[in-house]
Design a binder for this molecule. Structure first.
Ligand code: HEC
Ligand code: HEC
Length: 319
């Protein structure tokens, strides 16, 4: 009798162990959010997952340049002085890995690609230099420089598992729903004073780190900020970025601002003075201009004012 039970017990233990081993080994088909049932956002690999081989040193240097751009390329940069003192990471949060934090999830999978802004096929190098010349209000890097090769190596590595031609959920900046009215700089000023000023300063000047290159709190306007050709100068880019990431730190699961506050504070900040970039050659085919590009000529009859602040008609929108 006891013998039979012993065998049964042994068998049960054996079967359970095998089943557990199989379940353990099989990866889940896709990461699915248990609450919403939706596929989770793309999140890039962090510092601890960087490859460590000697042939991977460019990838590691690339990440370092994203995080501490000013130290290498800023006004007091130790490699060259070509940019305004901001770090790529100030706008591409967590080294470009954060869901809806203007991350780089769609870069390796989509470049080179045709872009309406330049009316040409752009390489990753060209796109990086776009941000250096506009967001960092600086001078382009030579494509063959170690710094450019490192930035590209990092971006390629970070996005290597994203299927070609696809943009994973959560990459880039979220497009917020439009307001029925124009975004209002006066209402935005109230948001700025109550929610942003304590870090970004009463003149949007930000605050430099003590005894270090780079900002503790980056500037939002004035001579050291992004210029009028930068992506954030478009209200939709600014509002979508800020909604899911500011006041720092917050994320898309628990945004602190309403959509209205995000649009209004975008209108306020982008009404302040900043470096001017000649954008006359942007969007050579004016029919492809995004709805919120604030500089004419346009293919429609809306004024520059309405293109900048809205209200935008959903029918005629190009994102
Ligand atoms: C002031 C903010 C800001 C800074 C600083 C900045 N960027 Fe950007 N970057 C943007 C915005 C805004 C976009 C466009 C996002 C969109 O339209 O969805 C962008 C887009 C990009 C893209 C294309 C992403 C894509 O999916 O097509 C790359 C690559 C990029 N930036 C690289 C860099 C690098 C490298 C640096 C530092 C040398 C940098 N950026 C600094 C704001 C910034
Ligand atoms: C607690 C401090 C804090 C508050 C409050 C805060 N920010 Fe920021 N903000 C930061 C920091 C720090 C960064 C850079 C993040 C990084 O480098 O990881 C940043 C980055 C930014 C950027 C991109 C970089 C740039 O300078 O252009 C924008 C735009 C921005 N904040 C807007 C806002 C707005 C609008 C508000 C108010 C709704 C706000 N922030 C509130 C700390 C703050």
């Amino acid at each position: 009798m006891w013998q039979r039970y012993k065998w049964l017990l042994l068998l049960t233990v054996l079967v359970t162990t095998v089943m557990m081993a199989v379940l353990w080994k099989t990866p889940p088909p896709e990461t699915v959010n248990k609450v919403t049932g939706e596929a989770d956002c793309w999140t890039g690999a962090g510092a601890n997952q960087l490859p460590v081989g000697s042939e991977d040193s460019l990838i590691r240097y690339g990440r370092e340049l994203i995080v501490h751009t000013a130290q290498y390329l800023g006004p007091k940069g130790n490699v060259t002085q070509i940019s305004n003192g901001m770090n790529c990471q100030n706008c591409h949060l967590e080294a470009g890995t954060k869901p809806w934090g203007n991350n780089y999830g769609a870069v390796a999978a989509n470049y080179p690609k045709y872009r309406d802004r330049s009316g040409s096929i752009e390489s990753i190098e060209k796109r990086v230099n776009d941000c250096i010349e506009r967001s960092l209000n600086g001078q382009p890097l030579d494509s063959s420089s170690r710094e450019m090769r490192a930035l590209v190596a990092y971006l390629q590595w970070l996005g290597k598992d994203v299927p070609k031609g696809t943009s994973p959920k959560g990459s880039g900046i979220m497009q917020l729903p439009f307001l029925a009215r124009a975004a209002d700089p006066a209402k935005g000023a109230i948001v700025y004073i109550s929610t942003c000023q304590r870090c970004h300063g009463s003149n949007g000047e930000g605050q430099l780190k003590k005894n270090e290159t780079g900002y503790e709190y980056p500037p939002l306007w004035g001579p050291h900020s992004y210029n009028t050709g930068a992506g954030l100068f478009r209200l939709s880019r600014f509002a979508g970025f800020v909604k899911n990431n500011m006041p720092n730190p917050c994320n898309y699961h628990q945004p602190q601002l309403t959509d209205e506050q995000a649009w209004d504070v975008a209108a306020f900040v982008n009404s302040q003075p900043r470096p001017v970039k000649d954008t006359r050659n942007d969007w050579p085919d004016i029919r492809t201009k995004p709805f919120d590009h604030p500089f004419g000529p346009y293919a429609d009859s809306m004024s520059e004012q309405q293109h900048k602040f809205g209200p935008w008609k959903t029918a005629s929108t190009r994102l």
